[in-house]
Design a protein around this ligand. Sequence first.
Ligand code: 15L
Length: 284
Amino acid sequence: MNGVTAPIGQTPAMRRVLLTGASGDIGTRLRKLLKPLYPELILSDIRKPDDLVRGETFIQADLADAAAVHAMMKNIDGIVHLGGYSGEGSWDAILNANIIGAYNVFEAARLARVQRIVFASSNHAVGFYPRSTTIGVDAHVLPDSRYGVSKVFGEALAALYAYKHGLGALCIRIGNLNDHPIDERRLAIWLNPDDLVSLIRIGLERQGLVYEIVYGMSDNARAWWDNARAYELGYQPKGRAGDHVERAMAAQRGIAPNPVADAFQGGAFCSDQFSFDLAKIKSN
Ligand code: 15L
């Protein structure tokens, strides 16, 4: 099934939008890009951003602290949930920040009757697909890390809260967000920051959206992902990975080959702590 968009419905009024993970790499960029669109943007993170400016509203909160998460949800219309660990971490770190943290956010959103949530999922939810394969959003999950497992968990929470409680949800399996792709793998999964904003707007504003998964990538002939559903929802990416091929491939020449990382879409997340036999996966 390709996600569900209800045939009728109102475009939700997105006045107060909460951005979790506002001090992280992506959050720091989104703070500036989302503010003109959602003037009442509320920022949150476990760590206060160093460069908060007048007019920005910040709430310091540990997502593993349910009471703190519930408190910041008051009068929120929509959430962009980036918060948590953004790479591989110990089980304790992932459990607290990404698993318990995500649960607290969804549950608080339900109780506060939030209308929409955009969940920052990741390509690492499906990182063990070979680079020779093109996958859509209905391919079964193949996480490449504890981090990837936590993103699968978040997608599952999003489905549960959408179908059971009407919390409209868009899960964006983000590739690599940067001004330009920085190596061969990142060339295949590159996401221009403005294109992420376009996807977020679909998640928060598209009429009738119930539950969807899309890939967070820009326009890309080299892609490993079929992003047809995003286009059906109105996505019109501006970034073109094809404009950056030479630079990315030049950077790749400086990177040592790794048979496991190079075989799979998730790259080094796959080779990290790998203890199986690559030949057995390939012959599977
Ligand atoms: C991610 O999900 C991470 O948050 C980011 O730091 C990058 O590692 C990215 O994936 C990637 O795959 O390049």
